[in-house]
Design a protein around this ligand. Structure first.
Ligand code: ADP
Ligand code: MG
Length: 396
């Protein structure tokens, strides 16, 4: 069966793990997008108040205003019950209406580049309800490219700067998880299966990993993948809101002087809309399950809860997405979450749930380890893996 040496979710080489660098927390930032036209109307008011670059207050002064909510009485009463408290939330960073993708990049994924160069896995999640700004943050548009583009441009810059001391190999894959089916966005066809490989961990069987040498090749592939998403990524419609887009970059570096080989993986994920997957509580409670609930998103929430509680068993196996991202969440990975919210009372519940979810994610600690192998000690294995890798890359 087709086995792609690049497409595993464990470190690329069967690496002797370096020393634990540190116990790193997941970095969680919140982005409040500007109100849209509908949210600027009479029956909307702002329920998110940014206090400073780390603190926001949710639901300021709800009591006097609760009746505005859609003019629906029950909803107003429900909201009132929750009210009476201006909830203060603190994150690693809070971004307001005026923030650009470049600013988000500066304080989120830009910092990951050094870690990748050192051989640590990294991942970035955009979380939030449909219409909250996830795709805008990840992909953006021509005038305001998203953090996926900005991060990759930075990665190429780093490669350029380090080319004298090390050689690089870069490969990418771009897939979508929709209805618990995995699709290759760069090579659409029949759904792909996940396979547990004794040696490499969970892999997408038959996925195409594209070797890339320059930014133009990369950006062309990203555009192609984006246009193959279940619906055009900027449409806030039912289909696109239920799909997860997972963009992964596999980096292999060989240091010229020491022949030390480092491997790292970067995963950038535009998650499905969170509107059906609200957190039921802080105490590690499971998410409510129901027919319409996105299984992968629920499983991700449960994994985050378990990781945040420091439990030993993490239910990665419960969904395609969490199986796939097992090594991109907690464990040996530096993770950034961008939680996207609307500022408006029209998205009251979604915003509240997203803020709670993001607060849970903040509690995750992971022991990040370097994916390093010393060639002198592992020559046989290294040569074998590199051969395998070459064969795979030739097929691409
Ligand atoms: P999601 O992917 O979370 O469903 P989108 O990213 O598609 O949401 O955003 C919904 C709409 O809001 C889009 O039209 C998008 O262009 C706009 N939008 C989102 N975030 C911002 C922002 N920070 N500034 C300006 N417009 C935004
Ligand atoms: Mg979207």
């Amino acid at each position: 069966r087709h086995r792609n040496a690049l497409t595993k979710t464990r470190p690329l080489l069967k690496a002797k793990q370096g020393p634990v660098r540190s116990s790193a927390n997941v970095r969680v930032v919140v982005r409040v997008r500007p109100p849209n036209e509908r949210e600027s109307g009479d029956n909307s008011r702002h329920v998110v108040k940014i206090v400073d670059d780390q603190v926001l207050i949710f639901d300021p002064k709800i009591n006097s205003q609760a009746f505005f909510y859609h003019g629906v009485e029950q909803k107003g009463r429900d909201l009132l019950r929750k009210a009476n408290k201006d909830l203060q939330f603190m994150f690693d960073k809070v971004f307001g209406y005026e923030s650009s993708n470049a600013e988000i990049f500066e304080s989120t994924t830009k910092n990951l580049i050094n870690s990748l160069m050192d051989g640590y896995n990294c991942s970035v999640f955009a979380y939030g309800a449909t219409g909250a700004g996830k795709t805008y943050t990840m992909i953006g548009n021509n005038d305001n490219p998203g953090i996926t583009f900005l991060t990759m441009a930075e990665l190429f810059k780093a490669r350029e700067n380090l080319q004298g001391e090390r050689s690089f190999e870069l490969g990418i894959s771009y897939i979508e998880v929709y209805n618990e089916m995995v699709q290759d966005l760069l090579n659409p066809g029949a759904p792909l299966q996940l396979r547990d490989d004794g040696r490499y961990g969970v892999m997408v069987a038959g996925i195409k990993v594209h070797k890339i040498d320059n930014p133009d090749e990369l950006f062309a592939l990203l555009d192609k993948g984006n246009s193959n998403r279940t619906q055009h990524p900027t449409d806030a419609n039912a289909e696109s809101s239920r799909s997860h887009a997972v963009f992964q970059v596999y980096i292999q570096m060989e240091m010229k002087s020491t022949r030390e080989v480092r491997a790292a993986k970067l995963s950038m994920i535009d998650l499905a809309g969170s509107e059906r997957g609200s957190v039921t509580g802080y105490g590690g409670a499971r998410f409510a399950e129901g027919a319409n609930i996105n299984k992968s998103l629920l499983a991700l929430g449960n994994c985050i809860n378990s990781l945040a509680d420091g439990q030993r068993y993490i239910p990665y196996r419960d969904s395609k997405l969490t199986r796939l991202l097992k090594d991109s969440l907690g464990g040996n990975c530096q993770t950034v979450m961008v939680a996207n919210v609307s500022p408006s009372s029209l998205s009251y519940d979604d915003t509240y749930n997203t803020l709670k979810y993001a607060t849970r994610a903040k509690k995750i600690k992971s022991d990040v380890k370097k994916n390093v192998v010393n060639v002198e000690l592992h020559v046989g294995e290294y040569v074998k893996i590199v051969e395998e890798l070459k064969k795979e890359l030739e097929k691409v």
